[in-house]
Design a protein around this ligand. Structure first.
Ligand SMILES: [Fe+2]
Length: 297
C-alpha cells in the first residue's frame, strides 16, 4: 500500500540503550565495532559511526533497556508545527533544548507501549570514521518488541508516514521512511525490549572480516551471514556484552515508494517484488538453517 503523504522523518539517527556496565559496553562498541566517542558525561556516552554526531547512546542502568529512538525530521520541518501535529494525533510532546550533546533542539514523544521517541531536525556533524574493528558505514534499522505493536504501527504509518514493506507471519512488521527495505521492524509479543539494532557494512567481504573481528573478541556469530527473504539483506547476528542482539548487513532491498515495488535483484524469486507477508520459516533465501533460533531470540 502506498502512503498518501511523505514520511516526516528520513532516517533513524540513534538508538539509546541502558547498559549494565558502561565501560565494558563502550570498550566493545569502540574497539570491536569501531565506533567513535563523540561526547560523554558522568553516566552516558555518545558514540558515532562517523558522519553523524551520535548513533548509539549508552547510559548506565541497573538492567539493560531500550531507552529511546532518535529519528531525524525532514530539514524543512518547523518544530512548532510538528509539536502541534503530535498533539493533534493524541500524544503529548515535550520540547527539550540542549538536553544532549550535538542536538540543540528536539521533541520527545512517548508513543504506545511506552516507546520513547526523540525527533530532531538538526544535529552536529560527527567525529569521523575510525576505520577500525568492524567499521560499519551507518546505523540502518532497529527491531523493537512491543505488546502494543498495532498501536505503534499506527503511529509509524498514520502519523510519521512510514511505508509498510513486508511482514513475517503477521508478527514482525517491516516499515521504512526512506529507500531501505526497513528502518524499523516491529515485533508484536508480550514483551517490551529491543530485538536487535543493525549496522550496515560496506560490502559482503566485510562480513567475513567482521566475523573474524568478533571471534577474536570472543563473540560468536549466532546466525548467518545469510540472505534473508524479507529485505534480502545479507545478515549476520551476534550479541553485544549485554546480550543485546546486533545485526551486521549488506545488500538490503531498495524500496521505491512511487511504484510500491523493490528495485529488481538477481536473487529475487518474484518479478516484480512487492511488499508481502512471508512465512516464519522463510528466514533465509538460501534455505540454510542455523542452530540459533532468530525468531525466538
Ligand atoms: Fe534486522
Amino acid at each position: 500500500m502506498t502512503r498518501t503523504f511523505d514520511p516526516r522523518v528520513f532516517q533513524l539517527g540513534y538508538v539509546a540503550l541502558g547498559v549494565g556496565d558502561l565501560p565494558r559496553s563502550q570498550t566493545h562498541y569502540c574497539e570491536v565495532i569501531g565506533l567513535a566517542e563523540a561526547a560523554r558525561d558522568s553516566s552516558t556516552v555518545y558514540l558515532s559511526v562517523g558522519a553523524e554526531h551520535h548513533n548509539l547512546v549508552l547510559r548506565n542502568a541497573d538492567d539493560k533497556a531500550l531507552l529511546h529512538l532518535g529519528y531525524q525530521l525532514k530539514p524543512e520541518t518547523e518544530i512548532g508545527d510538528f509539536i502541534r501535529d503530535v498533539e493533534a494525533f493524541g500524544l503529548s510532546a515535550e520540547r527539550k533544548t540542549d538536553s544532549q550533546p550535538g542536538i540543540a533542539d528536539l521533541v520527545e514523544v512517548v508513543a504506545p507501549g511506552g516507546n520513547v521517541f526523540q525527533f530532531y531536525a538538526d544535529a552536529s556533524i560527527g567525529p569521523g570514521f575510525r576505520r577500525t574493528g568492524v567499521a560499519p558505514m551507518r546505523l540502518g534499522h532497529v527491531a523493537v518488541i512491543t505488546p502494543e505493536a498495532g498501536k505503534l504501527r499506527a503511529f509509524y504509518e498514520d502519523f510519521l508516514g512510514f511505508h509498510y514493506t513486508d511482514d513475517i507471519g503477521g508478527i514482525a512488521t517491516f516499515m521504512t521512511c526512506n529507500r531501505d527495505h526497513h528502518v524499523v521492524n516491529l515485533v508484536g509479543l508480550p514483551q517490551s525490549r529491543v530485538h536487535h539494532i543493525a549496522f550496515e557494512l560496506s560490502d559482503n567481504a566485510d562480513h567475513s572480516k567482521a566475523c573474524d573481528t568478533l571471534a577474536a573478541a570472543g563473540l560468536p556469530t549466532l546466525w548467518g551471514p545469510a540472505r534473508h527473504c524479507a529485505g534480502h539483506n545479507l545478515a549476520g547476528y551476534h550479541y553485544d556484552p549485554d546480550r543485546v542482539m546486533v545485526e551486521l548487513y549488506t545488500q538490503m532491498d531498495v524500496y521505491v515508494p512511487a511504484t510500491g515495488i523493490y528495485e529488481p535483484r538477481p536473487w529475487h524469486r518474484q518479478n516484480p517484488l512487492r511488499p508481502q507477508s512471508w512465512r516464519p520459516e522463510q528466514m533465509t533465501n538460501w534455505e540454510t538453517s542455523f542452530g540459533f533460533d532468530l525468531v525466538t531470540a
